[in-house]
Design a binder for this molecule. Sequence first.
Ligand code: CP
Length: 330
Amino acid sequence: MPKMPPVDAPRMLRQRGPVFYRQKHLLAIEGLEPPAISQLLDLSESYVLLNRSGKTQRDLLRGRTLINLFFEDSTRTRTSFELAGKRLGADVINMSVSTSSVNKGETLIDTAATLNAMHCDLLVVRHDQSGAPNLLSRIVDAAVINAGDGTHEHPTQALLDALTIKRRKGRIAGLIVAICGDVAHSRVARSNIHLLTTMGCQVRVIGPPTLIPAEVADLGVTVFHDMARGLAGADVVMMLRLQRERMSRGQIPSAREYFRFYGLDAEKLTQAKSDAIVMHPGPMNRGVEIDSEVADDPLRSVIKEQVEMGVAVRMAVLDMLSRGHRRNES
Ligand code: CP
């Protein structure tokens, strides 16, 4: 791994200067300019170092309330937003949708309006409908963060993936990134395609025709249906979860057949560069899209590092969005 220059994390966190990310919410990666993405990644990097140093920054969000509103299951995203909020001193509430008044028929908009009346500052939303966080951002006062909406976007996942790539490869621009698997149902793929193409990567998508939407080529990627050809010379191999809960019948013949042609194993990985890294957003279907031998290979797999970066990225996002609040207050 290339050596990163030493960084004084607390000094970076205090730094004043131009703010390139000036939106109130974080709803999507699409439309963000390279300086805004770079600034979020630099701030995230300083939080990685801060977390590893054992220092804290609990005064930053003291008195602020963050509500995690997840209408879909989550382990990594929800937990890391909770950790990130607490590490910055916020009051964090995890709303359990399954035991909330949503079960009595309360609508998404009424639920959000209720939380808004409690003066929540940051609302982290995951929903199975694309566009739900965007809709909420128009009716609540809180800053809304999209934690994954339908098949649309998962912006903090793309940021943590980019941070992992940058730390491992020393750069993002110019890399060949192969995104493999169920692109059709993947908000992770969509956010990554927007971020990586914006930051100068050559992005390939690989998968069976049934799982690669035709319009993906319009996003500036090259489409492959043959795994060996798509992986040839790749610097980064990003596997996607097969999202069976969103699939219609017949999109894959069987899990066994899918693994044979599109599952990443040690043999298929030999097509990529010898120092290519392997990524997966999780949760993994071992033996379906990725073989355990590759997923657990400490020399190639960066899957656990992606999880660590998730906390730092979410701290940076909460910090950046609350800077808008602090500007308005001063
Ligand atoms: N990658 C990701 O979003 O994982 P969770 O569903 O566990 O949050």
